[in-house]
Design a protein around this ligand. Structure first.
Ligand code: GLN
Length: 448
């Protein structure tokens, strides 16, 4: 059914870079035989899933939507791939993204532009736009995204699906092609909150192959307690998250969400996050600095793209990187290299790290009193395709409400909150304290 649905929606939506027809049918057959033989099945048995194309899949093309990895077939699986398969999920395809996950619209893909299923003239968001569109178009009930500065939550908001960015270290990054290692985190994108909780049950847990993986495994299912009343829980609604610059339709949906939560017995209070506007500069410095270092491995020698002709080693590297990286990736590498270079390190990178600490502490303060923070996911509704492509700075500003969460390593969930008058989905964001995913899922479930 998933493959049939893909055949119908893909010509218009273009969410997938690879569809694994044969392998998916084989896996489904295998599950049928297991079922017939009365063998035990995993918790996601037969569930069609899609993976963002920056997660390694053994024997299946993994491109990062870059020309650099146009024919890269990994010889191993990412931990999340192994986990999903062990749970019985059927991988039906790999989804489009902004090249190396850098972007907010999926327009930075070297291969295709994905459309927002709610309005085909608009972007699905990014960088996990393919995963969000794949779920919104009804082709899979679970897709994985990665979130470095909002790339799960923002496309989830643009496409009207649920997206969860877990606590840093809760889900293994082994086999995720790195963008900014101290910020990257994999998480589920689903049609509803319960599916999101079920997926997290499969994904959460320690992995010795990821050095930053937490020594922690949840003891109960994330579905436990979803039904409990919200009475007595406290949410903070920062005044910086309800300012003028936000689209009035998004503000309306947010205020309506706050009112519903109050009617469900939650206490909501206004707080201030004075460092919230500094997050963007800190994020773009730190993420670009880490990207410049992570992407140094694409040198034309070990794997990936190699130019037809070259005279010497230097020319090989120069041509490889000039020809195979897109312009946004080059921009980040240059920004990051500059910020890390001697003489500028203290002025930029070091100061960004100090700000990062301030942002983390600011949240720690809030979570000593409140269960969660309520806010928008984005300041604007889904853009029309091409609307922002010539203005990178304006594009970066759209990440204002998502990046602080990554800098602080916290979990956050994007929930479809309603629709604009024009019929576009609007997301609301819940941010939680360290490892408080259950609280986020609980509150979101009560609102659904
Ligand atoms: N839009 C942000 C950026 O371009 C976030 C990307 C991400 O989370 N991967 O960096």
């Amino acid at each position: 059914a998933a493959l049939e649905r893909i055949a119908v929606t893909e010509p218009k939506v273009k969410a997938y870079l690879t569809v694994c027809d044969a392998a998916a049918l084989e896996q489904a057959d295998r599950l049928d035989r297991q079922l017939a033989a009365g063998e035990p099945l995993g918790p996601l048995a037969g569930v069609p899933v899609a993976l963002k194309d920056n997660m390694c899949t053994d024997g299946i093309l993994t491109t990062c939507a870059s020309k650099m990895l146009a024919d890269f077939v990994p010889p191993y699986d990412a931990t999340v791939t192994t986990q999903l398969q062990a749970a019985g999920a059927v991988i039906v395809g790999k989804t489009n993204l902004d090249e190396f996950a850098m972007g907010s619209t999926t327009e930075n893909s070297a291969y295709q532009v994905t459309a927002n299923p709610w309005d085909l003239t608009r972007v699905p968001g990014g960088s996990s736009g393919g995963s969000a569109a794949a779920v919104a178009a009804g082709t899979v009930s679970l897709a994985l995204g990665s979130d470095t500065g909002g790339s799960i939550r923002q496309p989830a908001a643009f496409c009207g699906v649920v997206g969860l960015k877990p606590t840093y270290g809760l889900v293994s990054r082994y086999g995720l092609i790195a963008f900014a290692s101290s910020l990257d985190q994999i998480g589920p994108m689903t049609k509803n909150v319960k599916d999101c909780a079920l997926a997290l049950d499969v994904l959460a847990g320690h992995d010795r192959r990821d050095a930053s993986s937490l020594q922690y495994a949840p003891t109960a299912s994330y579905t436990a307690g979803l039904e409990a009343p919200l009475t007595g829980m406290k949410a903070a609604f920062p005044k910086e998250y309800r300012q003028e610059g936000i689209d009035p339709e998004i503000r309306r949906v947010m205020e309506e969400t706050a009112a519903t939560l109050e009617s469900l017995g939650m206490v909501i209070e206004e707080v201030s996050l004075p460092y919230s506007d500094a997050g963007l500069s800190a994020y773009y410095l730190i993420s670009s600095a880490e990207a410049s270092s992570n992407l140094a491995r694409f040198d034309g020698i070990r794997y990936g793209y190699r130019p037809e002709t070259f005279e010497n080693l230097e020319e090989l590297m120069l041509k490889t990187r000039s020809e195979a990286f897109g312009s946004e990736v080059k921009r980040r590498i240059m920004l990051g290299t500059y910020a890390l270079s001697s003489g500028y390190y203290d002025a930029y990178y070091h100061r960004a790290q100090l700000l990062r600490n301030q942002i983390r502490e600011q949240f720690t303060g809030i979570f000593s009193t409140y269960d969660l923070v309520l806010g928008p996911v984005t300041p604007a509704l889904p853009y029309v395709q091409g609307e922002k492509t010539d203005n990178p700075l304006e594009m970066y500003l759209g990440d204002i409400f998502t990046v602080d969460v990554n800098l602080a390593g916290l979990p956050a969930l994007s929930l479809p909150g309603g629709f604009s008058k024009s019929g576009l989905p609007v997301g609301v964001q819940f941010i939680g304290g360290h490892l408080q995913e259950s609280k986020l899922l609980h509150v979101a479930y009560q609102l659904e």
